[in-house]
Design a binder for this molecule. Structure first.
Ligand SMILES: [Zn+2]
Length: 189
């Protein structure tokens, strides 16, 4: 059977170990994994608006697009960050219908999980004044090329899972990421 989801790990090289642990929880018949062993250095940002922000990011995503074009319906770009509270995540997506579906998924809707849904918006829109609705928690810009995040045939999801410390995470973090990925996959149905 053709697998229609690609999980990309290691775009930021410091996050590769976390990605390896999460990828190990999936069977090859439900998800394809692209492991980027030579990712770019992680950049810690302090605001939603900056998400990923430099030309290195642009280049690595254009290469990714070259490699995968047309083969998948869902691209999940896995990242990890630090949050002292742990057990929380941000999901970035441009497609409003997809975001609406995500908002109904159990692991995402559950308040204890604190999963924020963030809409990727066009470069020239002001995220501070852009209309927020009940589904979306925030708007954000990204330097990821628009061809990636605004593609009707393949939905782009940026998934950032927050760890309490380090880059690797714990069994609980990996399982949390897995549940979120499974919830995201349901929305391609
Ligand atoms: Zn990252």
């Amino acid at each position: 059977m053709h697998v229609d989801t690609l999980l990309v790990t290691g775009i930021h090289r410091e996050e590769l170990k976390f990605g390896d642990h999460v990828a190990a929880l999936f069977n090859a018949d439900t998800i394809d994994v692209m492991r980027i062993s030579q990712g770019i250095p992680q950049i810690r940002t302090t605001t939603d608006e900056t998400f990923y922000s430099n030309t290195q990011h642009r280049e690595i995503y254009l290469q990714l697009r070259q490699q995968i074009k047309g083969r998948y319906r869902l691209l999940i770009d896995l990242h990890c960050g630090i949050d002292e509270a742990g057990h929380c995540a941000d999901i970035f997506c441009h497609d409003r219908h997809f975001l609406a579906c995500l908002a109904t998924q159990p692991a995402i809707a559950e308040p204890a999980a604190s999963v924020r849904l963030i809409k990727i918006v066009e470069p020239n829109t002001n995220t501070a004044v852009n209309s927020k609705d009940s589904i979306v928690d925030a708007d954000a810009h990204t330097w990821i090329p628009r061809e990636i995040w605004d593609d009707d045939r393949c939905t782009y999801i940026g998934l950032e899972v927050y760890l309490q410390q380090g880059n690797e995470g714990t069994e609980e973090d990996w399982q949390f990421a897995r549940t979120l990925i499974e919830n995201i996959q349901i929305c391609t149905g």
